[in-house]
Design a protein around this ligand. Structure first.
Ligand SMILES: [Zn+2]
Length: 403
């Protein structure tokens, strides 16, 4: 086998002809090892259970031969992508194609976790590949921890689109991607997400079988920092069931391990809906964190930046300023925790949980707030992208210092 120069030339010509690359919708998730679209993808570390269910096709780093570019699978139309919500397989395909279309910027990182139903948790890393260094700062953004919060998924997709499509065009984005690497986990709870499509639109948890016909752990109560210290349930039937023990869930465990294997994460954002809040530590206690002033400054500024885009009001607050209840085992504490900092070369991360649109008023007082009208997906993406541009730029210059 040999690398296929024709394929590279073909893709370059395609990219030159069309700055916004047009994808066609795939008929199924790409598993076609003959596809030149998958050239830049990492070889999987393992291939295991779950393939038979068709949720996760092994992705092979490959060499190309012959006229395989003629057999490329249909591509997704990126300009129409944000006109509907998408299933897990299609979202994964979206990111695979992004990695292929922006090989100098995007790396697809497969198999961070395998869910109970055999699906893959993966990441993409976005940064200018010519500007690597051992201590290049990183920023972590994750979505769909809670299954029903679909607009977090579209926001992660929009952020990836925003940063890739503006590299080399926007001086700010270009500067950011040269200075830092953005890690996006677009769909950290694919079992729950699929269940929210197929069975229960308002499903929140993952799909652990707790026995007796009861399913699910609230992943955002399972992170290994002050786990079970209040604000989570020990009842497997509860929406905020924290799991049998800290870090018990494959989705959380996989991401904890992935986080710990990174170079230098300066900040982390966990996307949720809804109520238009920018929340900072701490969740397990009423006490302010030692970095309250720094994180308040950044949270408040992100709210201002968001308002400047479409006039939406987001409230920047400590978790406890908006909720009298404790919340233990959540990401907002874990990203900021001693454990995460020590795994991160001693660098403590700015940590936020965003609650995206709609506002509490826009939610009509109920769970309808989890169902964001599709017309709001792009405006939401635009305002969060602006906040993330500020966030990355600021924290690269002002990393948290230990006190
Ligand atoms: Zn949530």
């Amino acid at each position: 086998m040999r690398l296929m120069p024709l394929t590279a030339a073909f893709l370059l010509a395609l990219a030159a002809a069309s700055p916004v690359v047009v994808f066609n919708k795939p008929t199924k998730v790409a598993s076609d090892a003959s596809s030149p679209l998958l050239l830049s993808i990492h070889k999987p570390q393992a291939q295991g259970q779950g393939q038979s269910q068709g949720h996760f096709a092994p992705v092979v780093a490959l060499e190309e031969s012959g006229d395989d570019h003629k057999k490329r699978p249909p591509r997704v139309n990126v300009t129409a992508w944000f006109e509907s919500y998408h299933r897990s397989d299609d979202i994964r395909q979206y990111f695979l194609q992004l990695a292929d279309d922006y090989r100098d910027l995007v790396t697809f990182v497969p198999q961070l976790a395998r869910t109970y139903e055999g699906r893959e948790v993966y990441a993409v890393k976005i940064g200018a590949k010519g500007c690597e260094s051992r201590d290049k700062p990183q920023v972590w953004i994750q979505a769909l921890q809670h299954a029903r919060e679909w607009a977090t998924g579209t926001t992660a997709q929009y952020l990836a689109h925003h940063f890739t499509s503006r590299y080399g065009k926007s001086s700010n984005v270009t500067k950011i991607l040269r200075a830092a690497e953005i890690i996006i986990i677009p769909n950290m709870n694919p079992d729950g997400y699929e269940f929210s499509w197929d069975a229960d639109r308002l499903w929140r948890k993952n799909r652990r079988n707790n026995g007796n016909g009861i399913y699910g752990v609230d992943l955002n109560r399972n992170w290994p920092d002050h786990w079970g210290n209040g604000g989570s349930s020990t009842d497997p039937d509860a929406e905020d069931y924290g799991g049998p023990h800290a870090n018990s869930e494959p989705e959380v465990r996989g991401l904890v391990n992935f986080f710990k294997s990174q170079r230098r994460v300066l900040g982390a954002v966990d996307l949720h809906t809804h109520a238009q809040l920018i929340l900072r530590p701490q969740g397990y206690t009423n006490a302010s964190s030692p970095h309250e002033a720094e994180m308040k400054h950044v949270g408040d500024t992100m709210a201002q930046v968001i308002k400047g885009v479409h006039e939406m009001e987001y409230t920047s607050a400590r978790l406890h300023e908006v909720s009298p209840l404790l919340t233990s085992g959540s990401t907002v504490d874990w990203f900021y925790s001693d454990q995460a900092a020590s795994a991160n070369g001693g660098q403590r991360a700015y940590s936020y949980a965003f609650e995206l649109r709609p506002s509490p008023e826009g939610s009509e007082g109920g769970k309808i707030g989890f169902i964001l009208p599709i017309e709001e997906v792009v405006p939401l993406g635009e305002e969060i992208a602006a906040a993330m541009e500020y966030f990355v730029e600021y924290i690269v210059k002002n990393p948290l210092k230990e006190k």
